[in-house]
Each structure stands twice: as C-alpha cells, then as structure tokens.
Ligand binder design. Structure first.
Ligand SMILES: Cc1cc2nc3c(=O)[nH]c(=O)nc-3n(C[C@H](O)[C@H](O)[C@H](O)COP(=O)(O)OP(=O)(O)OC[C@H]3O[C@@H](n4cnc5c(N)ncnc54)[C@H](O)[C@@H]3O)c2cc1C
Length: 412
C-alpha cells in the first residue's frame, strides 16, 4: 500500500466529461465536483450516440448500459425524405472494435454516470457533487477554484470540464494575445425526442415509418435527407430502451437567436421547425409535431487550443475541444479525456501532478485535433460511408492512453 495520501481533485462541471472523470478517479482519490446548475441540469429528452471508443471505456468502469436504457446501434441507413432507402450499412462494431455503438437518452446517460460517481458502495470514497456552485475563477498553478462570494477551495488537481462556453478556458490557456471561444459553423440543429405512443397517436391512420417500425428498423441510426443539395437532414435513432426516438433536425442556419448559440437548453420554435422540414413526408411531419419539447442549438466548434494545461489544472471535454456532432465524436472525446486522467495513479504525489497532466494533454491534444479536422471536413459531405466510416479505424480503434503511450515507446 502506498503511504502517499490520495490527491484532492476538484472538477468544474458535472457534464459528461466531468462526471466520467469523477467516476474514473474516485477509486484512488478524493473528488469534488462543482456544478453551477441543479442535479437535473442534463434532463431533456434528447439523445446521444456513444461509439466503441467511448463504450470500451464505459465498460471498463462497470457503467451499466442497460440501466441507462442504452440501445445498440447496429448500422446506419439513409433515406430520401419520401422514405426510400438509399444506403444500409451494417456496423460490425463489437466484432471489429470490441464494443458496441449505443444510443442513450442524455439524461439517462448522465444519471448512470452520477450514480457510479456517487454511490456509497462503489470503490473508494463517493464523489461529492456540489450543485448550485458557479466557479468564477481558477488559480491554475496553485490548484484553487474561486466562487463569486470570495470563497476559495484548494486542491491538488483542477479539472476544468465546464463545456463549450467555458468561463475558465482562457485562464488555463493564458495567451494574452488571443481569446479562445467557440465559433458558429453555419449549421443549426433542432432536437426533439418522441415516445412511441405519442408518435402513434399523432400518426392517426398512418403507420410508423420504415426507420421506426420495429419490424423494419433493425437497430439503425437513420438519416433522412431533404435531397435538395443543402445539408438539411434528420437523424433518428432509438433511445430509452427503445421506447423513444431521438430526432436531430439539422440545416443551414436561417436566423441566429442569441440563446441558440449560448445555451444547450434554448427552446426552439416548433412551428418554425415544422415549416423548415415541411417538405418531408406526412409521417415525419406528424412525428415532429408530436414533440412536447423542442430545443435548438447552433452547431459550433473550437479552433485547436495551443495548450490544455497550466500548472496543476487541465481542460477536458468541450471546454478543450468542442466539435459538431457530424462524426458523433464530441462526447466520445470527453470520455477518452477522462480515461486519460487515470494516469493520476494511486500514490501520485502533489508535486508530480503538472508533469502527468502534460502527458495527458500531449496524447489527447494530438488525437483530438485530428478528429476535429476530420469532423470539419464532413460538414458539407452528405454520404454516410464517407462521413462516418472513413475514419472508423482511427475513431473507434482507440484503446486508451496507456496503449497509446506504449505504441509511442515502441516506435521511438
Ligand atoms: C446536437 C448535438 C448532438 C450531439 N450528439 C453527439 C453524439 O451523438 N455523440 C457524441 O459523442 N457527441 C455528441 N455531441 C457532443 C456532446 O454532446 C458534447 O461533446 C458533450 O456533451 C460535452 O460534454 P462536457 O461535459 O464537456 O460539456 P457539457 O455537457 O456542456 O457540461 C458542462 C457542465 O459544466 C457546467 N458548468 C459550466 N460552467 C460552469 C461553472 N462556471 N461552474 C460550475 N459548473 C459549470 C454546466 O452547467 C454543465 O453541466 C453532440 C452535440 C450536439 C450539439
């Protein structure tokens, strides 16, 4: 047994990145998460797809996919807006990459992470999650987080996972000649989730479309194209144990309300969404109209940062590398970041932290920059095989930081 005391780790943000890091670090360290929102911050019906590179890591921390209502996604299908199948591509993910691609409702995904991090009988001390705590500053070298009322909390490590509009990013990057913030990409996404019963009521005498009908849907993530030469399409996949569908309706930005680029939770105008996708099939229009909650989000990304670390602090998740969902890798990169922080092994001394964080950054920044570059290339590319599978080996074949470091050693 090491006589070195556990590290006191402070995490800013209880999103997917912060909570995954908390769950990974709790067995060996004392972890506190500060979240400015409430414990229901991530609720809302919308979904997320976790690819094999992320699922492998979740498996390694005993993440319970069935408790989170995860649905395996076994292929991708594309359709015309009239419902004609264009492509149907099998994804032999488990066989090829060792884990499935799974779709989850975001709130289910986060609830299971929160349980793993905070359950009493887990390994090590339960993570302390403090809600309603807005971090306003960080002393990155010393490892201190600061609150609006002047309170300062000291740690050995500060993990900044405060999302795409990170307040603390520039304090870590520390580049007086540049201010780093997310930029709009010209695409907007309306996000809804509809349960089967509501869809059927809304459909009335019409039947569930091919991509939803349990007889024909075959666990696909389906992309239904407008086919007018613009990037206007709807991605639909099952979530919540298959009892709901997530629909992400993407198109070129028409107008740009401030809240749609500043908040994950901005309400979208349902009538506007119906108008913008009004040329889709009658079935699709009725399904869209069954949504009880419409969220709208202008897709944004972040130029690669010159650094993610300063002293004993590190940026992870969207705070470090926001990207659009067009390769479905944003959250997966956050999960990979969290896994890399496992280099803060039991017995790590406070004085060793900055060097370890630099190794984490070195591995992660190189990989994430490549994923961002490929994601950007896919913004105008509508062919699924090109968009998703061109980078499959690179995206899904990742097996964690230790394997990457070992491979680097072998090539020196
Ligand atoms: C439409 C859409 C669909 C997507 N689909 C996918 C997908 O299918 N697969 C995929 O891999 N990725 C997807 N992504 C990307 C993915 O959602 C993000 O990469 C991921 O949510 C980032 O997690 P995070 O923890 O870094 O940030 P967030 O989830 O934004 O969490 C940040 C947290 O920090 C808190 N916070 C912020 N500031 C402070 C502060 N000052 N003090 C305390 N707390 C603070 C916030 O309240 C929040 O809880 C999608 C993105 C979009 C926009």
């Amino acid at each position: 047994m090491s006589s070195t005391p556990p590290l006191n780790i402070l995490i800013v943000g209880s999103g997917l990145a912060g909570l995954t890091a908390a769950a990974i670090l709790r067995p060996h360290h004392l972890v506190t998460v500060f979240e400015r929102g409430t414990d229901s911050i991530a609720t809302g019906g919308q979904g997320i797809i976790i690819a094999p590179n992320g699922t492998k890591i979740l498996d390694s921390i005993n993440y319970n996919l069935s408790r989170a209502g995860a649905v395996p996604i076994l292929g991708i299908r594309t359709y015309t807006k009239e419902g004609v199948v264009l492509e149907d591509v099998d994804m032999d993910m488990k066989e090829r990459f060792g884990a499935d691609c799974v779709a989850m409702k975001r709130s289910d995904f986060r609830a299971e992470l929160l349980r793993l991090a905070t359950e009493e009988n887990g390994s090590g001390d339960p993570v302390k999650v403090v809600f309603g705590k807005n971090v306003v500053g960080v002393d990155a070298e010393e490892g201190v987080v600061e609150f609006g009322d002047g309170e300062r909390v000291y740690g050995d490590v500060v993990i900044v996972a405060d999302g795409i509009h990170s307040r603390l990013r520039n304090a870590i990057v520390n580049d007086p000649s540049n201010h780093y913030e997310a930029q709009k990409t010209g695409l907007t996404c309306y996000r809804i989730a509809v349960d089967t019963e509501s869809a059927q009521i809304s459909l009335g005498n019409l039947v569930l479309p091919h991509w939803w009908d349990p007889q024909t849907s075959s666990n696909r993530s389906s992309i239904i194209y407008a086919g007018d030469g613009t990037p206007r399409f709807i991605t639909a996949y099952p979530i919540h144990g298959g009892s709901m569908y997530n629909l992400a309706c993407i198109l070129q930005t028409q107008d740009s309300p401030k809240e749609a680029s500043e908040s994950w939770y901005a309400d979208g105008d349902k009538n506007k969404m119906l108008e913008l996708f009004g040329d889709f099939s009658e079935e699709m229009r009725r399904i869209l109209s069954a949504a009880t909650e419409v969220k709208v989000w202008e897709l944004q990304d972040l130029e690669p940062l010159p650094t993610w670390t300063r002293g004993r602090s590190i940026l992870i998740g969207d705070a470090a590398h926001a990207m659009t969902p067009l390769q479905g890798q944003g959250a997966n990169m956050s999960i990979e970041d969290a896994e890399a922080l496992g280099l803060l092994a039991p017995g790590t001394r406070r004085e060793d932290v900055p060097a370890i964080l630099r190794v984490v950054e070195d591995v992660r920044r190189e990989r994430v920059s490549k994923v961002l570059e490929e994601t950007r290339k896919s913004h105008g590319n509508l062919k699924v095989a090109d968009r998703v599978f061109a980078n499959a080996d690179f995206n899904y074949g990742y097996n964690g930081i230790k394997e990457t470091l070992k491979a680097r050693d072998e090539t020196v």
